[in-house]
Design a protein around this ligand. Structure first.
Ligand code: HEM
Length: 483
């Protein structure tokens, strides 16, 4: 689909994206139509750090440079994850109903604290995740991917976003967290419903919380080899230091069980949305870019190489909210004041000409992209996310090597939000098959011969930005994270 151009200065439509002080809005129709184009305009106008407006026309700094993103990510003493530093919030300009409140209101969880408190909370999560060996995770992924494929392979058509990409990470994560398999289909539906912003999204959110609370009660009695049991064991005894940290001005002290529930939610929902986005973006390239597919099927590019390319060109989180300046400072010449919000522009940093002068040069094996962050808060789920995406896609393409896009590429739609950009559907067709318990196990074994031995393509570029689609009214959650 062609990207609606950003209107040039002087055009009457141009003002749509401009707010107080002539600053560009990172939200609204103009920003959401072409976020990547907007980042480049901002870079051109302001350099590697740009003043922007977020929801409610609150001023923030968007970091566009690769080096500058790393500087912010790696210096928590200057740029903290503690949102209580946010001047706009402290001065009452971010009321409870503000769209950023759900993601910016401080909580005693690992991704809102720094220093020793962060070490303690994050340490428990990374230790719990580290207890699963990668081969075991891949076994679960293969089994769940096969189950999903068996639901649609006999009809010869599927929507690879709704029927595959959105389901697989949740099924795997529910298994790792310790939720019984009988519960997972309903939890998948509840999480999808919550993110899609239907009328029942609030009830779905409550359903997930209740399921996690029940899981904690159950695992306390009968621990197993799962994240919930490891976190319970970790937080069964809270130290005085923990108690001090877990008490916020506005709330009473949290119990160890509540901390476990909040971290299970952080892992479950965080893993689900971003890994689903990564799988969708990759499958989009497979069915729309013949050279990409040929390269992959011919064995010149491995699946991990292909995922690297997607993580550079279409990172699941386009930006991360946020960091808050702890004192007055300068970043790329911009005057940052204590309490200012700083947004990490991961997608913009990945295409920063200073770091990547030739966007067509292959990046295979180059892991210095920003997709998983960096520094103390760097994603602890990277290996798990890559195992889910890589094994899941391999299983799908091995069983259905003939998948083809079922609609015109121009009819594909994306939704954009402050933090991500998501394909809404990926309809495909393929030859109907009788359901078989297992197919070939390697993509290159299963693809037709004409898809092999074709010349190497240049590196794949991100798909052109697309206009937001119609459909369901986006929820607060989906406007921030996409859905
Ligand atoms: C493709 C998939 C994923 C992407 C792109 C991704 C990206 C990120 C990024 C950029 C951050 C850092 C945010 C910041 O600096 O403020 C982060 C943090 C986090 N991620 Fe992921 N993530 C993915 C999958 C996962 C998975 C599968 C898990 C769990 C198994 C996970 C668990 C977490 C947690 C717990 C944090 C908070 C860490 C902290 O604050 O110390 N993520 N993720």
């Amino acid at each position: 689909m062609s990207t609606p151009p950003i209107s040039p200065p002087g055009c009457p439509a141009h003002g749509l994206g401009l707010g107080p002080g002539g600053l560009r809005r990172l939200y609204g129709p103009e920003a959401e139509a072409d976020p990547l184009g907007l980042y480049e305009q901002l870079r051109h106008q302001h350099g590697q750090v740009a003043p922007v407006l977020v929801q409610g026309d609150l001023m923030a700094w968007l970091v566009l440079g690769h080096r500058e993103n790393l500087h912010v990510l790696q210096n928590p003493s200057l740029f903290s994850r503690d949102s209580r530093l946010w001047r706009d919030m402290a001065e009452g300009r971010v009321p409870p109903e503000h769209p950023l409140t759900p993601v910016a209101a401080w909580q005693p969880v690992a991704n809102f604290v720094d220093g020793s408190h962060h070490k303690r909370l994050r340490g428990a999560v990374t230790e719990a995740l580290g207890r699963f060996d990668r081969r075991g995770i891949r076994t679960h992924v293969t089994r769940f991917a096969n189950q999903l494929i068996e639901r649609f392979e006999s009809v010869g058509q599927a929507d690879l976003v709704a029927d595959f990409a959105e389901r697989l990470p949740m099924l795997v994560m529910c298994r790792l967290i310790g939720l019984p398999e009988s519960e997972t289909p309903r939890l998948v539906e509840a999480a999808l419903d919550m993110i899609a912003g239907t009328d029942t999204a609030v009830a779905s959110n409550a359903y997930i919380t209740t399921a996690l609370q029940q899981l904690v009660v159950e695992k306390r009695e009968r621990p197993g080899h799962d994240v919930a049991s490891y976190l319970i064991a970790h937080w069964s005894e809270l130290s005085d230091d923990d108690r001090a940290m877990l008490t916020d001005d506005d709330r009473s002290e949290l119990t160890g069980d509540e901390i476990v529930v909040e971290h299970l939610r952080l892992v479950l929902i965080g893993a689900f949305t971003k890994t689903a986005n990564l799988i969708s973006s990759m499958l989009h390239l497979v069915v729309t870019d013949r050279r990409f597919r040929t390269h992959l099927s011919g064995g010149q590019m491995t699946l991990p190489d292909a995922l690297d390319q997607v993580l550079w060109d279409a990172p699941p989180l386009t930006s991360v909210l946020g960091r808050w300046a702890t004192s007055d400072t300068k970043l790329a010449g911009q005057p940052i004041r204590a309490g200012d919000m700083v947004l990490l522009g991961l997608a913009a940093g990945n295409v920063d000409p200073a770091a990547r002068p030739d966007l067509t040069a292959p990046v295979h094996g180059n892991r210095s992209h920003l997709a998983f962050g960096s520094g103390p808060h760097e994603c602890p789920g990277e290996d798990i996310a890559l195992a889910i995406a890589d094994t899941g896609i391999d299983t799908l393409l091995a069983r259905l090597p003939d998948i083809q896009l079922a609609v015109d590429e121009a009819d594909l739609r994306w939704t954009s939000s402050l933090m991500s950009r998501n394909l809404t559907a990926l309809p495909v067709t393929f030859e109907m098959r009788l359901t078989t318990p297992a197919g070939p196990t390697k993509v290159s074994d299963a693809l037709p011969p004409e898809h092999r031995n074709t010349p190497l393509p240049a590196a794949m570029m991100a798909p052109a930005a697309q206009a937001a689609s119609g459909g369901k009214a986006p929820s607060l959650w989906s406007r921030l994270f996409g859905g």
